[in-house]
Design a protein around this ligand. Structure first.
Ligand code: WT7
Length: 673
């Protein structure tokens, strides 16, 4: 690996990329950025012109209030316009642009012998058939549909089917537990659940329908369940000969509620008139962790989200007609919603849809797929890069990566070593790395390089996207100019920002707008350097980022304290070589409880069962007591230091019992649970 001579070296866009790029140099970025912020109305109207509107807007491109002291927070885009997102991402290409024969997705299964190709016209047909099935099940405009599926084509079909009939989809990552699914189905009050009989994860076969059934059972226990029908996909791999080996798997069935996807689709008509929706009608809900432990239902609406994901995709990946684009995220997260489903389809792009994992059946799986489909734009997470780095250069050298032109990352800050490995070994020194900063709430990229325009500094998400105005505030809410560090906030909306938290506008206002009236508060810390580059420094709340997934201390603590032996728990993050951060838990046992390996194992299982495998703690330490202030608040700063074995404790004067700290250090765990 080439180690850069100076850590602050800049990487300039390659000239061949600049030749016919959408934004070919830094000057044109600045010029377009200026226009987008000086006259957002004209800028976004231009973008909207590319799409189909059944009825034009009567209101401005953007209207908003970001100031809680002046009234309720709102954002509206293109009031009065009527359209349909599904029509814009499918029919428009098939009917108006003759892209019907173009490949929308190359689906690549968990196992390399599983793959299919889906063209735009095939996709449209499948979506319409699914839309008709949902209608038949009684789904109406505005109803919610929960989707709990692995990365199979039906996941995209069902999302777009919802969009087509005006239903609001709520995709739940298929790695979540039944408890997490239940909570999300109940909050959304979904009328239909779409799921599958099985999920493949490497060698493992997971009985997804059984987990879904447990979730629905739990919902019924709590209220009368809103779910009347459950549409079940038979996994492709289970229909073929190879799948027969797994036929032992028993799919639990409820005759009154459950319907096999294949049987329902079979007789379903191939066309379905789109529901013409108001610009601000909801498109989807996506749950994200909240610091109280209760997930937040981030709500996105149609028109603005369509414009924003489409434009960011086009510019950030400098989309070309003959690209093959691959984003390795799961559609269960916002990255997949915006940059596997909506953004790429809005551009008529060809994408790879990958069900598997990076290390199965071998550690060169990603590189194999890049070669197989001649991927030109590759978007992944720092955690995946760090995982694959461990296997060295050899797995890479077995495959031809010369098709790559641009590579990108998302989800967490990328450390310098991982950046350089990605740039030099994967991108072969030729491909710009677009480090994209954004959130479930922002809908799309907000701080990001443009590959042919922005000189890169490894680890910096560089500059704002068009229409986005970042600012850095200090504790008193004062805007800091020039070189500075503080709270990252945004001064005004862009079309793709969330509109509310589902059925909880008050929490929406409190979480994002209350601390600094007039600004959207991201919850991230940020530094601006002397050249104006933005550097995300990490969360400044109790959220932890494990492998690019946000998690709150509160939700993990709730899972731990449910165990009968535990009196109290506190969870912090600790740096981890692959995951970025991992969970370090402190548990105080009830009187008479014994801290031993079997308890540790039981607690780990409790967290997995309650939230899902992504939340599995790496460390669980006995804490005879927790460090608290005199008013009883846990001092997490100290716990973070114990977890990191950092004894530079500073001011402990607010601590009720300073002795606690010493005991905690003496009982630290060095090895993982
Ligand atoms: C949080 C949002 C955006 C899709 C995936 C995560 C962190 C995200 C970066 C980046 C540094 C990043 C932030 C943010 N984050 N991208 N490029 N550099 N940090 O979506 O689950 O809503 O998490 O992820 O802390 O607030 P999310």
């Amino acid at each position: 690996m080439v180690v850069p001579e100076t850590p602050n070296k800049m990487y300039y866009p390659p000239s061949d990329l600049q030749r016919d790029a959408h934004v070919p140099n830094f000057h044109s970025y600045l010029e377009a950025y200026r226009k987008s912020t000086e006259d957002p109305e004209a800028f976004w109207r231009d973008v909207a012109d590319d799409f189909f509107w059944k009825k034009p807007a009567t209101g401005p491109m953007l209207q908003y209030n970001f100031d809680v002291t002046k009234g309720s927070i709102f954002v509206k885009c293109m009031e009065g316009a009527k359209s349909n997102v599904c029509y814009n991402v499918l029919d428009r290409h098939v009917k108006e642009k003759e892209l019907g024969e173009k490949v929308a997705y190359y689906w690549e299964g968990n196992s390399p012998d599983q793959h299919t190709t889906i063209t735009y016209s095939q996709l449209l047909i499948q979506v319409c058939r699914c839309a008709n099935v949902l209608k038949q099940m009684g789904v109406k405009k505005g109803d919610r549909v929960s989707i709990y599926l692995p990365m199979i084509p039906e996941l995209v079909y069902s999302m777009l089917a919802c969009a087509r009939i005006g239903a609001v989809h709520s995709v739940v990552f298929a790695g979540f537990s039944s408890e997490s699914l239940c909570e999300r189905v109940m909050d959304a009050q979904s009328v239909v659940l779409v799921t599958a009989d099985a999920v493949y994860r490497g060698e493992k076969l997971i009985n997804l329908k059984q987990i879904a059934d447990e979730a629905l059972e739990k919902c019924r226990g709590k209220t009368s369940s809103s779910v009347t029908k459950c549409l079940v996909v038979k996994h492709h791999a289970r229909r073929t000969k190879g799948g027969a080996a797994c036929s032992k798997l028993q799919t639990p069935w409820n005759m009154d509620r459950d319907v096999w996807w294949d049987e329902a689709i079979r007789g379903s008509p191939e066309d379905c008139e789109p529901e013409w929706m108001d610009a601000e009608d909801p498109l989807f809900i996506l749950y994200t962790s909240g610091s109280t432990g209760k997930p937040k239902g981030v709500l996105h609406t149609g028109a603005g989200y369509l414009l924003y994901t489409s434009l960011t995709f086009k510019y950030v990946f400098d989309h070309r007609r003959d690209d093959v684009y691959w984003c390795t995220a799961d559609i269960g997260w916002i990255t997949g919603h915006s940059y596997i489903t909506y953004g790429p389809l809005a551009n008529g792009a060809t994408s790879v849809l990958f069900e598997g994992i990076p290390v199965y059946p071998h550690v060169g799986r990603y590189w194999e797929i890049i070669e197989k489909y001649q991927v030109s734009k590759f978007y992944t997470a720092p955690t995946a890069i760090r995982l694959l780095m461990k296997f060295g250069r050899e797995p890479l050298q077995k495959f031809d990566l010369s098709s790559l032109k641009i590579v990108g990352t998302v989800g967490e800050p990328i450390n310098s070593e991982a950046w350089h490995w990605f740039h030099e070994e994967v991108g072969q020194g030729r491909c710009p790395v677009v480090d994209t900063f954004w959130q479930t709430e922002t809908g799309g990229h907000v701080l990001t390089p443009l590959p042919a325009a922005t000189p890169l500094k490894p680890g910096s998400a560089t500059f704002p996207f068009f229409g986005v105005e970042p600012s850095i505030l200090n504790e008193h809410g004062e805007e800091l100019e020039g070189e500075a560090e503080g709270y990252l906030v945004f001064r005004r909306p862009w079309p793709g920002i969330m509109r509310t938290l589902y059925r909880n506008h008050e929490r929406f206002e409190n979480t994002y707008f209350k601390k600094f009236p007039g600004f959207y508060v991201t919850g991230d810390g940020c530094r601006r350097d002397k050249d104006g580059y933005y550097w995300i420094t990490g969360r400044i709340d109790d959220m932890m980022n494990v492998s690019g997934h946000l998690m709150s201390s509160a939700e993990v603590e709730a899972a731990l304290t449910e165990h009968s032996a535990v009196a109290e728990a506190a969870v912090v993050s600790r740096p981890h070589a692959v995951k970025g951060e991992c969970l370090y838990c402190f548990v105080t046992l009830k009187d008479g409880g014994e801290f031993n390996p079997s308890l540790v194992a039981a607690l780990k299982t409790a967290v997995r069962d309650k939230i899902g495998p992504i939340a599995t703690p790496d460390f669980i330490q006995n804490a005879p007591a927790l460090p608290k202030t005199r008013s009883g608040k846990i001092m997490r700063r100290i716990l973070r230091q114990v977890a990191r074995n950092d004894k530079d404790l500073g001011d402990l004067s607010t601590l009720a019992d300073p002795q606690v700290v010493e005991i905690l250090f003496s009982q630290r765990c060095e090895t993982t649970a």
